[in-house]
Design a protein around this ligand. Structure first.
Ligand code: ATP
Length: 219
């Protein structure tokens, strides 16, 4: 993201890929404009939030017209660097890692897993989803200028590998292990614990059932 766009609040920035995906669909259906109400229903973010988010992009919806799809898309493409593919490394080719390699994010955005690493000799040298699996010992040699990594190793290996990744120049880690990892302040870690997410969903269903016309805000 460039300087001008660095002013977008983090909460807004997190919603960008969501907006982008939906607008891309509209665009491929030939739609020229979209109302904040339509968007709100599709992405499940309330329309006041959408209007506020979009005002940061300089996109001012016109009453009775809505937003220009083309304008928003070109803004999002620029902001999300969709013109450039971000190369990603995946560490740990177990069940979850294998699923990611086979999926490889090609359908929704321009990130691509370029290489994978594992400690298991039987996996090293194979290809999964068209991606070569290297030995974890070769991490530093193979990484090159990759800056983003997905961690799908056992929790016990997470901290040590994170440190090696940071030392090798990685500045963003998507951590799928249950371990909370410590990194220097210039490194961003996003932690996704699927078991906890699922547990939270079940808890919310039990304790905060939604009304038919309940809030559409993200939880
Ligand atoms: P999951 O579904 O979480 O991937 P799994 O049962 O398939 O689980 P895990 O034991 O979680 O496998 O290990 C995930 C992968 O990480 C395995 O392929 C394993 O060989 C690999 N691995 C384990 N330790 C290391 C390590 N230190 N460095 C790199 N890869 C590792």
């Amino acid at each position: 993201m460039d300087m001008e766009q660095a002013k977008i609040p983090q909460a807004t920035a997190k919603r960008l890929p969501l907006y982008y995906r939906f607008l891309n669909n509209l665009h491929s259906q030939g739609k020229l404009r979209v109302s904040s109400k339509e968007l709100s229903e599709a992405v499940k973010v309330d329309s006041a939030t959408i209007r506020r988010d979009f005002s940061y992009f300089g996109a001012l919806g016109k009453k009775g017209y809505g937003y220009n799809v083309e304008y928003l898309l070109s803004f999002f493409r620029k902001t999300l660097d969709q013109d450039e593919t971000t190369k990603v490394a995946l560490i740990g080719v177990g069940n979850l890692g294998t699923a990611f390699l086979n999926y490889n994010f090609t359908k929704n955005n321009n990130t691509k897993i370029e290489m994978a690493f594992d400690a298991n000799e039987e996996r090293v040298g194979t290809e999964v989803g068209g991606v070569e699996v290297h030995h974890i010992d070769d991490l530093e040699n193979q990484l090159g200028d990759l800056e983003v990594a997905i961690l799908t190793v056992p929790a016990s290996a997470a901290q040590g590998i994170a440190e090696r990744l940071v030392e090798a120049g990685v500045s963003g880690i998507l951590n799928f292990t249950p371990a909370r990892i410590s990194v220097p302040s210039h490194v961003r870690v996003h932690h996704i614990d699927l078991a906890i997410e699922l547990q939270a969903l079940v808890y919310f269903l039990k304790h905060y059932p939604l009304m038919e016309d309940g809030p559409v805000d993200e939880a």
